[in-house]
Design a protein. Structure first.
Length: 100
C-alpha cells in the first residue's frame, strides 16, 4: 500500500492528551487480518517533526511486534510506513503470532 492511498480522518480525542493540534488517524486493514493504526497527534512519537506512529491490532487486541520490540513504532516518514505495512502484510507467514 502506498502512503498516498491511506485515508486519514480527524480524531475527536487524543487519548486524554491536551496538547493535540490537528490529530489524525487512519485504520488500515491488511489481508492477513491485522489492523494497523497510523496516527499523528500531540502524544505520538515524532509528531513535532511531522512524523507518524503506528500500532497493530489482532482480534481487537494491541500486538507486540517482534521486529519493533514494542507495541508501537514512532518517528515514521511516509516511506517508512509503506515498508512497515509491507512487512506486516507477511507477518503471519513468518509464524509470528505474539499478542501482548
Amino acid at each position: 500500500m502506498k502512503f498516498k492511498d491511506i485515508k486519514f480522518k480527524e480524531m475527536e480525542d487524543c487519548y486524554g492528551n491536551e496538547d493535540c493540534p490537528d490529530p489524525i488517524q487512519a485504520m488500515v486493514k491488511l489481508s492477513n487480518g491485522l489492523e494497523v493504526s497510523v496516527v499523528k497527534h500531540g502524544g505520538s512519537y515524532g509528531n513535532k517533526k511531522g512524523l507518524y506512529e503506528m500500532g497493530v491490532f489482532w482480534s481487537d487486541r494491541m500486538m507486540h511486534v517482534d521486529k519493533w520490540e514494542d507495541q508501537v513504532k514512532g518517528w515514521l516518514k511516509p516511506e517508512d510506513i509503506e515498508l512497515e505495512l509491507k512487512y506486516l502484510e507477511t507477518y503471519f507467514q513468518e509464524d509470528k503470532k505474539e499478542v501482548a
